[in-house]
Design a protein around this ligand. Sequence first.
Ligand code: ADP
Ligand code: TRP
Length: 329
Amino acid sequence: MKKVFSGIQPSGVIHLGNYLGAIKQWVELQDEADQAVFCIVDLHAITVPQDPKTLKQNILSVAALYLAAGIDPNKSIIFVQSSRPEHAELAWILNTVTKMGELSRMTQFKDKSQKTSIESASVGLFDYPVLMAADILLYGTTHVPVGEDQKQHVELARDLALRFNSRYGTTFTVPEPLIRRESARIMGLDDPAKKMSKSAQSALNYIAILDDAETIANKIKRAVTDSESEIKVGAEKPAITNLLNIFAEVSDQSVAEIEQEFQGKNYGQFKKSLAEAIVAYLKPIQEKYDKIIQDEDSLKKILEDGSRRAKILAEKTLLDVKEKIGLGL
Ligand code: ADP
Ligand code: TRP
């Protein structure tokens, strides 16, 4: 049985990294999986401060993007994390089998807490990977399609599942990460040493899925490049390598074919074609999104229906967990 679970935080604009690293493979997986569950993880989003109004809008916006990208509610369960109390409940229980040391080693916590300081980072931010483990383990998940940055978190979910199973008897399926090699780590346009991210300081870091043609052209034009003008991948050319990878992902061409096409041409010509390719790639998604977001009632119905279907699966797991531990009457 192939059971897939993944999620994205409604904490800002969804960008090309999210799309190529995660959502794109979800769409392919929903056809081959026996169960596919895609969540809008709002409880994760609030581990850093969020404006309540914006958060609410972002939840619907991310849901609309899932649908626009091709996640089909007839094939997949789509729901909002906070609509299912089982997530927070299982996270609490998993907290009791998680070690402080394990969470202290999570690189995302180290990165995110560095932005303020450990002293003022929320306990929720520290505990974030345990809630993620609960998301995954509630649904008997076998495969977790994510970008490279989430690998360590999925490994923690594996460790917790194994530890719980050995302590209380087999309860959880042990999940594994599914990471697409080609798009595992799309880098920032303004800094190819860091991944493209929603929480980047500057909007020049990312291409948002909903950016218009002019914005995309401008961002690509201003994207940093490397010394020497050759358009070729290489360890010493991280910026062009990243742009070539993006180009290959949004066109039907391989990196080698694109290198060939731009042999002897300059960065300006290359960037112009790249921007056009991205615009063409995103256009159908944007058109669908515009329609879906206008019909808020239908969108909410899909999410409510998803939540009902998630409930059946989540409740069953949680009941089993409580029984194994000896909680309740
Ligand atoms: P962000 O880091 O931008 O806030 P999330 O943490 O919500 O994005 O990530 C949602 C999904 O998108 C995860 O599966 C994550 O691994 C993937 N992802 C995020 N950024 C990138 C990137 N730059 N390249 C590839 N995948 C990414
Ligand atoms: N932590 C993930 C991210 O920031 C989002 C997430 C939460 C997730 N729960 C999940 C991803 C469960 C996969 C499975 O990208």
